[in-house]
Design a protein around this ligand. Structure first.
Ligand SMILES: [Fe+2]
Ligand SMILES: [Fe+2]
Length: 358
């Protein structure tokens, strides 16, 4: 599998980034609302449980339901003029601005913008998860997988609901989808087989979502955000488990060629996600804070702990899970390291909120 988005790539120092700069191209990607999706629908007449661990997960999901309108205390304020996350190390722009000696109020405004952008991207990702999970109901071969995917559909609806209400009610803005994210989500939604869909959405994207949400949870100081993220995070951990349980079976049944293909697919998706280095976000707000996107990327790369910081959302769940599945081998491990995605420093531990026994 060739590297994704070759025409969007360029060098910043010795790092290859994916960068969308053409506004017409970006608008075109956002306008593309119809995606051609090959879908093979499977009936099954086996109504008893065949995959015990999926049935158990389905039961757990039923008990874990919550109501985004009623269970969240929407009266909790989120004042724009107060910090709602830790001042240093909570987000990229405020940290860089603080290093450059900017006023506290400017750093706080940048934190607000960056956070509303992050939650907007999570929201678009949730819509993709909803769409893809609907596809899985059709394509999964076993009744247990259909039941589980069906129950996940309502979870994803709730996530779209809670994030869109949060943005509308508390932040007053929903930012459009980042071009890099749109390309990647379209490719997962259009993936030809249910196996690739499960690997792409349930393992890679759900795993990333769990990692990012955990970072948000650690950096955040607002009780409202904490409550929302904790609830969504609990659901996502179940979804990531669905991905792993299904993938374990898929891996067992795969030929070496299929394993190679999945290994490359996983690397290419994560590599592209990482190659953006938040440039989509920096292009949106850079001018407002007098930040040059390239300089910010270069500055971050010059920090001694860059490898650790950069790899955090990846090392949280996705990379350990891919390793356990045998989808990172000698063939790709070094490539993950070279890109700052896989990183294990002595003494540094990436907390895993969702350890899966191998
Ligand atoms: Fe979700
Ligand atoms: Fe999910």
């Amino acid at each position: 599998m060739d590297t994704l988005l070759p025409e969007q790539r360029r060098q910043i120092g010795d790092f290859t980034v994916v960068d969308f700069v053409d506004e017409d191209q970006i608008a075109g990607l956002r306008k593309k609302l119809d995606v051609d999706v090959p879908l093979e629908l499977h009936w099954t007449w086996e109504y008893g449980s065949e995959v015990e661990e999926l049935r158990a997960l389905y039961e757990r999901g039923k008990k874990g339901q919550w109501n985004a309108e009623e269970d969240i205390d929407w009266s909790t304020p989120l004042p724009r003029e107060e910090w709602f996350m830790i001042k240093e190390g909570g987000a990229l722009m405020p940290s860089v601005l603080a290093m450059m000696g900017a006023d506290d109020s400017i750093c706080r405004a940048a934190a607000w913008d960056e956070f509303s952008h992050l939650i907007s991207q999570l929201l678009h990702g949730e819509q993709a998860a909803l769409q893809l999970c609907g596809q899985l109901v059709n394509t999964c071969p076993t009744m247990d997988a259909k039941w589980y995917a069906g129950s996940q559909v309502i979870d994803e609806v709730r996530h779209v609901e809670v994030f869109s209400k949060f943005l509308h009610r508390k932040m007053g803005v929903i930012h459009p989808i980042d071009p890099t994210l749109k390309v990647l989500l379209d490719s997962l939604l259009a993936a030809p087989t249910w196996k690739t869909k499960v690997l792409g959405m349930q393992t890679l994207f759900e795993g990333m979502a769990v990692g990012i949400m955990d970072l948000v949870k650690r950096a955040n100081t607002s009780p409202l955000i904490a409550d929302i993220i904790t609830r969504v995070h609990q659901d996502e951990a179940r979804h990531a488990a669905f991905g792993i349980l299904s993938m374990r079976r898929i891996v067992q049944e795969s030929t070496p060629d299929e394993m190679h293909e999945m290994e490359d697919f996983a690397f290419n998706i994560l590599e592209t996600l990482n190659a953006n280095q938040q440039l989509d976000m920096l292009r949106l707000f850079g001018h407002k804070y007098d930040l040059d996107p390239d300089n910010v990327v270069q500055m971050m790369h010059s920090i001694e702990q860059w490898g650790f910081i950069n790899s955090e959302p990846f090392m949280h769940t996705v990379i350990p899970n891919l390793k356990r599945l045998g989808l990172i081998t000698e063939r790709t491990e070094q490539k993950y390291r070279d890109r700052g995605i896989l990183f294990d420093a002595p003494g540094a531990s990436h907390a895993s909120a969702f350890p899966i026994a191998s």
